[in-house]
Design a protein around this ligand. Structure first.
Ligand code: SF4
Length: 176
């Protein structure tokens, strides 16, 4: 199985703490976070994703709006800058403790917060990040050998956990 995620949801998962639009939404997002925690592969998509799924039956669901697509574009650009490879549709990777920590360090420093502009959850996410993500469902600690210790942003440190999908012409990632 693969977790399909639009780019800005890579940010949302860093601070997700069980709160959301509905119980169906949070139940689903709990499951998505747990799958990522267990090392399931993530593939970046440019449309409604596995997080959006419980909302898609609603009329005028916000997931399809241009503003949300722009949020994805901004998140992808800022994440690409800190990770050192392109986050775009087709990019596939797994989250490990080091990657989560790298992304969280950038998030709490404000380096990847442009996509959050205007989001109704902004203050909650800021509070969770400022509290060192202790309330977040996704943890940077996955196993005894993965201590989840905090680190500074090291763009090259996560590249070994990323790969391009073989049939995706956009995923020409540059590896060190
Ligand atoms: S502020 Fe909004 S877009 Fe940013 S991480 Fe939180 S929920 Fe996601």
């Amino acid at each position: 199985m693969t977790v399909r995620l639009r780019a800005h949801h890579l940010l949302c998962l860093l601070t997700y703490s069980g709160k959301g639009y509905s119980s169906a939404f949070t139940t689903n997002l709990d499951s998505v976070a747990d799958r990522i925690q267990l090392g399931e592969e993530i593939v970046v998509v440019s449309e409604a994703d596995d997080v959006c799924a419980p909302l898609l039956a609603e009329s005028d669901v916000h997931c399809h709006r241009e503003s949300v697509m722009r949020r994805d574009d901004v998140a992808a650009a800022e994440l690409s800058a800190i990770l050192g490879y392109s986050i775009r549709p087709g990019t596939a990777f797994r989250m490990d403790g080091e990657l989560i920590t790298t992304m969280r360090d950038a998030f709490v420093a404000g380096v990847t917060r442009s996509a959050c502009s205007g989001c109704e959850w902004f203050d909650l996410c800021s509070t969770t990040a400022a509290a060192h993500y202790v309330d977040a469902r996704l943890t940077a600690r996955r196993s005894p050998s993965d201590s989840g210790s905090r680190s500074t942003i090291r763009p090259a440190a996560v590249l070994q956990s990323a790969r391009a999908l073989p049939d995706d012409p956009l995923s020409k990632l540059s590896f060190p």
